[in-house]
Ligand binder design. Structure first.
Ligand code: G4P
Ligand code: NA
Ligand code: NA
Length: 194
């Protein structure tokens, strides 16, 4: 997705060899027009999949997920990272380990909002080790739903998540794929379609 690649090039800040800071349009300030285009692009890619719900995790997944859900005309649900006061029972829970933060968190979704037979599109802002995406997929599967695919805004292809998810049988569709952040430079994975 050229618009997004341009945005990463002009506004992304490389921190070390592993982390891309995109606070100006994705992780802190958010660019609504870009989000709308991201939603349109995910919807276009997954149009034929019979998606019934979009599933993401708070907080930065919510914006691309809601735009995608709007385009597809289906509800969006976000997994919570912190226990809600009003959400104690009847929840699906999965442990998600963050290598970045070196801690494990429980993510939860109310059983009310996922149904057997649902076709779930998982959306997230970043894909690194894939722990969040695997956790979301396990929650969908606990509900008896099927995972139609995983749509990622920025995939760091030099980290193992995308490969592991594909090996597990999931379709991973990323709008930009970063091959390397070495030497303070963003290098994209070469794409056939530009
Ligand atoms: P994983 O799910 O792929 O295993 O990722 P990991 O645990 O490493 O990610 C932990 C948090 O860091 C996630 O956000 C993830 O989106 C984010 N992250 C991972 N790599 C990068 C990166 O290169 N740049 C940026 N900006 N973020 C990255 P989170 O803690 O869930 O926060 P948020 O959704 O509230 O923003
Ligand atoms: Na994030
Ligand atoms: Na996220």
């Amino acid at each position: 997705m050229k618009l997004l690649r341009d945005k990463v090039m002009t506004e992304g800040i490389v921190l070390g060899d592993q982390v891309l800071k995109v606070d100006s349009f994705l992780n802190h300030q958010m660019d609504p027009l870009l989000m709308k285009e991201i939603g349109r692009e995910f919807a276009r890619r997954f149009q034929a999949e019979g998606i019934t719900r979009v599933l993401t995790i708070e907080s930065s997944g919510i914006a691309p997920a809601i735009m995608t859900a709007m385009e597809l005309g289906v509800p969006m649900i976000f997994a919570r990272k912190h226990k809600s006061l009003t959400l104690k029972d009847n929840i699906y829970v999965e442990k998600v380990y963050s290598f970045t933060k070196r801690e494990s968190n429980e993510i939860t979704v109310s059983k009310k909002f996922l149904q057997e037979g649902d076709r779930i599109l998982i959306i997230d802002d970043f894909l690194a080790n894939g722990e969040a995406a695997f956790g979301l997929a396990r929650i969908a599967e606990q509900a008896g739903a099927s995972v139609a695919g995983i749509g990622i805004v920025i995939e760091k292809s030099f980290q193992p998540g995308a490969g592991l998810l594909q090996k597990a049988g999931y379709r991973v569709d990323s709008l930009v794929r970063i091959a390397s952040l070495e030497n303070g430079t963003v290098s994209f994975v070469e794409e056939v379609h530009g």
